[in-house]
Write a protein that binds this ligand. Structure first.
Ligand SMILES: C[S@@+](CC[C@H](N)C(=O)[O-])C[C@H]1O[C@@H](n2cnc3c(N)ncnc32)[C@H](O)[C@@H]1O
Length: 222
């Protein structure tokens, strides 16, 4: 356990220079996490349709997924205009601005009609949410019957030695002083697997499974 009680993060992610730094780091280090997410999406049988990414940051995940799965169109939202600006730049750079649409938006009011989405992803974002239950309800509202989801986040109940090891790696990779405490602070802000499970049980989202992986928890369609 990293901390008994959650310590919410005061998020600096609307800062333009940090958003740009996050974007550069994501391009450098997210290939391996992408492979893991992509393999789960493929295992769930999603190859085409409309996908939604919630808390997209600089948009690296939906852009790379859209590159790999050419039948998918993405809408990707983030609360931070600075992140959306980075994401739009990245989409243009990759020539994907017609297939991956970025817009400022909230996890609590998804900008889509009921039952219109084939796939939802939400990566490294749950620990920013004060009210994940409302987000799970929104996810359930916009998903089509049989629609799939893959959500990944840190978990505060990760074994401390494992978390210390990952934090050491993080501090070796991250040069920007303001971001160096980022992983540990995010771990402290995250939910435990049990907390998240209870929220899922109370939510309208159906057909989920949740399981631990090192310092993360994965929530996906069963
Ligand atoms: C750690 S970043 C993850 C970015 C990206 N998914 C990734 O894995 O690289 C979390 C993002 O969630 C966004 N965020 C925080 N609260 C949000 C909310 N209520 N609705 C939508 N996005 C939110 C933040 O602005 C930030 O860009």
């Amino acid at each position: 356990m990293i901390a008994e009680e959650r310590i919410p993060e005061t998020s600096p992610l609307e800062d333009e220079s940090l958003a740009n730094y996050y974007s550069r780091m994501a391009k450098k280090y997210m290939r391996f996490p992408l492979k893991r997410v992509l393999s789960r999406i493929r295992a769930l049988g999603v190859e085409e349709g409309l996908a939604l990414d919630v808390g997209t940051g600089p948009g690296i995940f939906p852009l790379w997924i859209a590159q790999a799965l050419t039948g998918i169109k993405f809408i990707a939202i983030d609360l931070s205009p600075a992140m959306i600006q980075e994401a739009q730049f990245n989409a243009k750079e990759m020539g994907l601005e017609d297939r991956v649409l970025f817009q400022v938006g909230s996890a609590y009011a998804l900008p889509l009609r009921d039952k219109t989405v084939d796939l939802i992803i939400c990566l490294n974002t749950l620990h920013h949410l004060e009210d994940p239950l409302s987000f799970f309800n929104e996810a359930s509202r916009v998903l089509k019957e049989g629609g799939k989801f893959v959500m990944v986040d840190l978990r505060r109940d990760a074994p401390k030695p494992v978390a210390i090891f990952f934090n050491l790696l993080w501090r070796l990779m991250i040069r920007e002083a303001r971001a160096r405490k980022g992983l540990w602070n995010s771990l402290k802000a995250s939910f435990t697997l049990e907390e998240c499970k209870k929220l899922l049980q109370r939510s309208a989202l159906q057909g989920w499974k949740i399981y631990p992986q090192a310092i993360e928890m994965w929530i996906e369609s069963a």
